[in-house]
Design a protein around this ligand. Structure first.
Ligand SMILES: NC(=O)c1ccc[n+]([C@@H]2O[C@H](COP(=O)([O-])OP(=O)(O)OC[C@H]3O[C@@H](n4cnc5c(N)ncnc54)[C@H](O)[C@@H]3O)[C@@H](O)[C@H]2O)c1
Ligand SMILES: O=P(O)(O)OC[C@H](O)CO
Length: 400
C-alpha cells in the first residue's frame, strides 16, 4: 500500500548528474542561508561557512544563519554569536567562522538566497514555511536536515516534499551518522546528501546539482556521499529516532548490549519495511549501505539525545517531555513526536500490527505501557503459536 492522496509534485523524479572530476565552474557564486541554529543547525552552518570561505568562486563567503532569538543573561543570542562567534546555548565551546552571520529576521536572512538549508526541530517547520512563503522564489533550491514526517490530509509525507509543496522549490535531504558535537569538534564522520534535479533545471554551472552540494557540504572531517534517494534518506533519518527510544528503554532497564542490539535489528527491519511500503521509490540499499541508513541507526542508538531521554525515563519513571526538558536545555528529542506521527499514520491505514516496535515505543511514551513488556510487544507473530498472557494457554494468532 502506498500513501493515499500524495500530491504529485512537478519536481521530484529527475535523476541527478553524477559528481565528475572536472573543476566546478559556476556562472556566479551562490548565496547560502541556514534556517535554524540549534545543536545541528549551528554545526551544519559551521561546515557550510568553512566551505563558502574556501570556494569564493562557487559561493558568496557570508552565510546567513536564521536564529530563533532568545535572551541569554540579558543579551540577544544573535549578538553573542556575531561578537563571540560561539552559540553558547546550543553548541557551546565551539568556535564558529566569522563569515557565519546570525540573523534574527527570517525574512531578511533569506533575502537573495540561492540555497536554503533547513535545520530546525521539525515541529516548527509549518510555522517557518508559512512565514517564508512570500519571500522565496521558485528558482531557490533547498536541502532539509530535518528528521520526521508530516502526517495530515495528504497522508504521510516526507518533510522534503512538505517544503517543496509549500514553497514551490526543489528540496533534497542531508542525513547521516552525525552526532552534532562530534562533527562540530571535527572528528571524522560520513554523511549522505540526496537530491534530484528539478524539471526546471537550468543546466550545468547554472544551477544546484550533485557537484555543487558536494562542494558545499564536504569537509576533510565530514565526508559526503551524494545520491538520488531522497525518500530512503528521509525515512531512515526519521525512524531511527524512534528505534533509539526503544534502545534507551532497555538500556535504562539495565538489560545490556544484547537487548539493545535486538532492538536495533528489529528496528532496521521495520524501517526498511516502512520505507518500501509507503515510499516505494526508496531503495533498500540506502538503508544498509549509506551513512543515512544503518550507520545513523547505530550512532543514534549509542549516543543520541533520544536514547538518553528514554534511558532517563526508564531510570526515573518521569515522562518523555520531563526528561527532554531536564536533559536537553532547549534541544529536542525528535523521536517523541515522530513515534506519534507514525502511530497516527499506521492507525489510519490499519497497519499498526505490522510495526510492533514502532508501536511499542509509542505506547510506552504516550500511554504509560510498562517498558518491561517490550519483548512481548515486539514478538514477531507470523505463524507463531502465542500463549495468551493472562491464562497461559495457547492461542493461534496469525498476522493479517
Ligand atoms: N543534534 C544532532 O546531533 C542532530 C544530528 C543530525 C540531525 N539532527 C536533526 O536536525 C534537526 C535540528 O536539530 P537541532 O539539533 O539543530 O535542534 P535542537 O534540538 O538543538 O533544537 C533547538 C533549536 O530549536 C529552536 N527553537 C525553539 N523554539 C522554536 C520555535 N518556536 N520556532 C523555531 N525554532 C525554535 C531553538 O532556538 C534552537 O535553535 C532535527 O530534526 C534533528 O533531528 C540533529
Ligand atoms: O541526538 P539525536 O538522537 O537527535 O540524533 C542525532 C543524529 O541524528 C545522529 O546522526
Amino acid at each position: 500500500m502506498s500513501r493515499p492522496n500524495t500530491h504529485a509534485s512537478p519536481f521530484h523524479h529527475v535523476k541527478s548528474n553524477k559528481t565528475s572530476q572536472m573543476p566546478l565552474k559556476l556562472e556566479r557564486p551562490y548565496n547560502v542561508t541556514v534556517i535554524g541554529s540549534g545543536n545541528w543547525g549551528t554545526t551544519i552552518a559551521k561546515v557550510v561557512a568553512e566551505n563558502t570561505r574556501e570556494h569564493p568562486s562557487c559561493f558568496a563567503p557570508t552565510v546567513q544563519m536564521w536564529v530563533f532569538e532568545e535572551k541569554i543573561d540579558g543579551k540577544n543570542l544573535t549578538e553573542i554569536i556575531n561578537t563571540e562567534h560561539e552559540n553558547v546555548k546550543y553548541l557551546p565551546k565551539i568556535k564558529l567562522p566569522e563569515n557565519l552571520v546570525a540573523n534574527p529576521s527570517l525574512e531578511d536572512s533569506v533575502k537573495g538566497a540561492d540555497i536554503l538549508i533547513f535545520n530546525i526541530p521539525h515541529q516548527f517547520l509549518p510555522n517557518i514555511v508559512n512565514q517564508l512563503k512570500p519571500h522565496v522564489l521558485p528558482s531557490v533550491r533547498a536541502i532539509s536536515c530535518l528528521k520526521g514526517f508530516d502526517v495530515g490530509p495528504k497522508g504521510v509525507q516526507l518533510l522534503t516534499d512538505y517544503i517543496t509543496d509549500n514553497l514551490n522549490i526543489q528540496c533534497g535531504a542531508l542525513s547521516g551518522a552525525n552526532l552534532a558535537t562530534e562533527v562540530a569538534l571535527e572528528h571524522w564522520s560520513e554523511t549522505t546528501v540526496a537530491y534530484n534535479l528539478p524539471f526546471d533545471y537550468r543546466g550545468d554551472g547554472k544551477d544546484v546539482d550533485h557537484r555543487v552540494l558536494k562542494a558545499l557540504f564536504h569537509r576533510p572531517y565530514f565526508h559526503v556521499s551524494v545520491i538520488d534517494d531522497v525518500a530512503g534518506v528521509s525515512v531512515a533519518g526519521a525512524l531511527k529516532n524512534v528505534v533509539a527510544l526503544g534502545c534507551g528503554f532497555v538500556e535504562g532497564l539495565g538489560w545490556g548490549n544484547n537487548a539493545s542490539a535486538a532492538i536495533q535489528r528489529i528496528g532496521l527491519g521495520e524501517i526498511i519495511k516502512f520505507g518500501l511500503m509507503f515510499f516505494p521509490e526508496s531503495s533498500v540499499e540506502t538503508y544498509y549501505k549509506e551513512s543515512a541508513g544503518v550507520a545513523d541507526l547505530i550512532t543514534t542508538c549509542s549516543g543520541g539525545r533520544n536514547v538518553r531521554v528514554a534511558k532517563m525515563m526508564a531510570e526515573t519513571g518521569k515522562s518523555a517531555k520531563e526528561c527532554e526538558e531536564i536533559l536537553l536545555n532547549g534541544q529536542s528529542a525528535q523521536g517523541i513526536i515522530t513515534c506519534e506521527e507514525v502511530h497516527e499514520w499506521l492507525t489510519t491505514c490499519d497497519k499498526v500490527d505490522e510495526y510492533p516496535l514502532l508501536e511499542a515505543v509509542y505506547q510506552i511514551v504516550f500511554n504509560n505501557v510498562p517498558m518491561e513488556d517490550i519483548p512481548e510487544m515486539i514478538e514477531e507473530l507470523d505463524s507463531l503459536t502465542v500463549f495468551a498472557k493472562s491464562e497461559n494457554k495457547p492461542t493461534t494468532e496469525t498476522k493479517k
